[in-house]
Design a binder for this molecule. Structure first.
Ligand SMILES: *Cc1c(COP(=O)(O)O)cnc(C)c1O
Length: 375
């Protein structure tokens, strides 16, 4: 490398470290340490095709990927011996996969999703050329069950594919899957499918006390979850779990890879299953439970601090997302806050320290004082 290029890299690494120090607005855990796995970077690890079928390309991590699938299938109470899935590039691909399976099962089906669904849902609906109906959401971000019932009733002659948000992007609201399932069955809609977009909260809700209200035992047919959010990973990734007999609707045998083509992308990242497996086996369910309980305490602390400074905030039940009025643009840019409808949020992901929250609040108060002085 020339010295110019060395400079580019050095400046980039510095900028990155600086940005990482002020990242509290997006759902990335930052408490991971994968240094034990760095030696793997010397191999071109790629998982080609279905993780449950060995393919010709041997430099893969299928055996570890299957462990990850088993872990999440159990976490989501998938039917014993009737689940499948794979490690995806992220929540978006998991949503695409769930909707793809639903469309193969019910080509005439209508997708119902709330106005608070993640943007990947409407994008995937467009990609799959499916019909969709948007349902309104309440002020906390949860789907409006009356509106859902009314719209399902109007179309009860057609299969219903409902997307339940398990942690909306802005307020981390959770749609109640048993309640959705009841509405569908009460209307007598036999052909139905429930896909859970659990990208954000799927990896920790089942670890908390009480019924998680979104898993397979509660009526889900497929669940998409992100891997880089709560579990934490240096590269984006995700997990999708589906019922196995549904998956068997798709996938042609491809002789070139010597496997079934049941995944969306061809060559998949072979490292991400290893990262996920590393965390779940190193700290186990107990360690994960500790992390979510710490994160919930950080969220509580954040709300308390905001309140002490007369800043109103709001948080859904069991949510690590704290929503408050959008601060000025300098603060939003510096702390990388996502903004929508005049509101911003902090995501108290594992690794976000109380000290960082304190620094943010201090900065916020300076900004408020500045605003008063300018008036
Ligand atoms: C993050 C997120 C997604 C998209 O996940 P990616 O991993 O970024 O593709 C989808 N839905 C919800 C609710 C999310 O929070």
């Amino acid at each position: 490398m020339t010295s110019r290029e060395q400079n580019i890299l050095k400046n980039y690494v510095e900028l990155l470290a600086g940005k990482a120090g002020f990242s509290i607005g997006y759902p990335f855990s930052v408490d991971f340490d994968y240094s034990e796995l760095y030696g793997l970077l010397q191999y071109p690890i790629a998982n080609v095709g279905d993780p449950f079928i060995e393919s010709n390309y041997g430099v893969n991590s299928f055996s570890i990927e299957r462990e990850v699938i088993h872990f999440f299938a159990r976490l989501f109470r998938a039917p014993e011996n009737n689940y499948s899935g794979y490690v995806t590039s992220g929540g978006t691909e998991g949503n695409l996969y769930g909707l793809y399976i639903a469309r193969e099962l019910y080509p005439e089906g209508i997708v119902y999703h709330s106005s608070e669904s993640h943007y990947s849902i409407s994008k995937n609906i467009r990609l799959l050329n499916m019909k969709a109906i948007e349902i309104s959401a309440d002020e906390k971000g949860e789907i409006d069950y009356q509106d859902l019932e009314m719209k399902l009733r109007l179309n009860s002659h057609l299969p219903a594919i409902v997307v339940a948000n398990i942690g909306t992007t802005m307020t981390e609201a959770k749609d109640d899957v048993p309640r959705i399932k009841n509405i569908i069955t009460d209307l007598g809609i036999e052909s139905h499918y429930i896909h859970c977009d659990a990208a954000l909260a799927g990896a920790y809700l089942p670890l908390l006390e009480g019924n998680p209200k979104f898993d397979f035992a509660n009526g889900a047919d497929s669940i998409a979850c992100s891997g880089h959010k709560f579990i934490g990973s240096p590269m984006p990734c995700g997990i999708v779990i589906v019922k196995k007999d549904y998956k068997e609707q798709l996938g042609e045998y491809i002789s070139y890879i010597g496997s079934l083509d049941t995944t969306i992308t061809g060559s998949r990242n072979g490292l991400s299953p290893i990262f996920l497996w590393y965390t779940i086996s190193k700290i186990g369910k107990e360690g994960l439970r500790q992390r979510i309980s710490d994160a919930l305490l950080t969220a509580e602390y954040t709300q308390k601090k905001l309140q002490e400074n007369n800043i109103s905030s709001f948080r859904n039940e069991n949510a690590i997302t704290v929503v408050f009025p959008k601060p000025n643009d300098r603060i939003c840019a510096k702390w990388q806050l996502a903004v929508k409808n005049g509101m911003a949020h902090i995501m108290c992901m594992p690794g976000i320290t109380l000290n960082k929250i304190d620094n943010f609040i201090e900065d916020l108060l300076i900004a408020e004082t500045d605003a008063v002085l300018m008036n």
